[in-house]
Design a protein around this ligand. Structure first.
Ligand code: HEM
Length: 421
């Protein structure tokens, strides 16, 4: 079996491909000609028994699979990435303790508990802290840059490290009550867990696993301390011993691990890609500065799709988009493609921050695993761009972005921008 609709050897999960671009032209071809198509992968690339996956590229099919966990399980491995043959059964087993890799009813139990930390009320409770933090992050970038500015008063800086990474990190730390002095460690650990296929970081899987162990250990200590001495925060609520259906300290540790990756890396890349999108569409940047439309954050997520894909595994022989799927087949849900499906979006290739409605799948296809942090992420995006528009209205690009090597995240490592002068 091969995919006759794509160039020989094409693989949307190839990290080298995504380092330079998201394959939108190939996705468009697949949506038109073979919306559910088998993509062979180089032998030994994945560590799975098979050597390929089904690429699901249409909006309707991504939704269909996402909402049928009984047919398409999350228990095998949800990241459709190449592991260079290294993923072991032990690793897959270990990942099953994380909510993202559970199926109902196990998933439902954990999700119901942690959801308590993400109610609209809880997010509203963070609003003023996040607003202040967003402003401070941008002001600090402006102050530091101004201090090193050139003769004309202008300066340039890396938007990713100075601005995009900070708010998501602080938001999660705020949410789970990590003290200020420990926050940089959480950030470092979460980086190590997702970036190991980018050689620039020189991070091995062992280092990634070590970082995961450290983050879990740290969080378990945090949970144990709150059990001992309740503080009225979310950690206390999640691990409160007297509550029915509480989380154990280890379950809490794994939840923080999930949050550190799911909340940091995704939102950071939404902000970096969003800045790039706004600066490369000057009409949209002008519109944003003038009107600050509430619809902008969703369009940034649709257009940039920070999470390119997730994966499911068929639990039995079934059929999808006219293709026969066998039990055990891996099925890749390409949100990046679904988010440009012309069946759903008018002028999908147009970046339009006033787009409304915007039923994008950037946060998932709506099933049980739908992003827990959606409201928080949208608030963060909105707050940071509001602060940037106030402080740096003349911001412009000072070079091409350097993209993350890897196939799961549409990531930017460095984005030089300049202001003033
Ligand atoms: C799950 C995207 C921000 C926490 C997901 C999924 C996607 C996603 C695609 C999988 C959905 C599925 O399988 O159906 C994003 C994007 C974000 C973002 C694009 C930023 C723009 C956040 C934030 C948090 C978070 C800020 C938490 C603070 C989670 C969790 C899950 C998840 C815990 C797993 C839910 C489950 O398995 O039940 N996210 N996310 N995400 N996200 Fe997000």
């Amino acid at each position: 079996m091969s995919c006759p609709h794509l160039p020989e050897g094409f693989d949307a999960t190839d990290p080298d491909l995504l380092e330079s671009r998201v394959p939108h032209a190939e996705f468009a071809r697949l949506r038109r000609t073979a919306p559910v198509s088998w993509c062979p992968q180089p032998r030994g690339a994945t560590g799975f028994d098979d050597e390929g996956y089904w690429a699901v590229t249409r909006h309707a099919d991504v939704k269909y699979v996402s909402t049928r966990p009984e047919l398409y399980s999350s228990r095998e491995n949800t990241a459709i990435i190449r592991f260079n043959g290294h993923i072991s059964r032990d690793q897959i087993e270990a990942q099953r303790l994380i909510m993202l890799n559970m199926d109902p009813p196990e998933h439902t139990r954990v999700r119901q508990i942690v959801q308590r930390g993400f109610t609209p009320r809880a997010i509203r409770g963070l609003e003023s802290a996040l607003r202040d933090r967003a402003r401070r992050i941008v002001e600090e970038a402006s102050r530091d840059g101004g201090a090193g500015g050139g003769a004309g008063g202008g300066f340039d800086f890396d938007f990713v490290t100075r601005i995009a990474v900070e708010l998501p990190l602080q938001a999660i730390a705020e949410l789970i009550g990590v003290p200020q002095e420990d926050r940089a460690r959480i950030f470092d650990w979460s980086n190590k867990m997702v970036a190991y296929d980018d050689p620039e970081y020189a991070i091995t899987e062992e280092i990634g696993a070590e970082a995961a162990t450290e983050i879990i250990g740290y969080s378990m200590n945090l949970a144990a301390a709150r059990k001992e001495c309740p503080a009225g925060d979310i950690v206390t609520r999640l691990v409160a011993a007297e509550d029915e259906g509480n989380l154990s300290s280890d379950e809490f540790g794994l939840f923080v691990l999930l949050l550190a990756v799911a909340g940091n890396e995704t939102t950071r890349n939404a902000i970096s890609n969003g800045m790039h999108a706004l600066l490369t569409h000057p009409d949209q940047w002008e519109l944003y500065k003038r009107e600050r439309p509430a619809t902008a954050a969703d369009e940034i997520v649709r257009w940039t799709s920070p999470v390119v894909s997730f994966q499911r595994t068929a639990t039995r022989d079934t059929e999808l988009g006219g293709r026969n799927i066998r039990k055990g087949d891996r099925v890749g849900l390409f949100y990046s493609s679904a988010n440009r499906d012309p069946e759903v979006f008018e002028n999908p290739e147009v970046f339009d921050i006033t787009r409304d409605p915007n039923p994008h799948l950037g946060f998932g296809g709506g099933g049980p695993h739908f992003c827990l942090g959606k409201s928080l992420a949208l608030r963060e995006i909105d707050l940071i761009f509001g602060a940037i528009a106030d402080t740096f209205p003349d911001l412009r690009l000072a070079g091409d972005p350097r993209r993350l090597r890897g196939s799961w995240l549409n990531g930017i490592k460095e984005l030089r921008v300049s202001t003033g002068g």
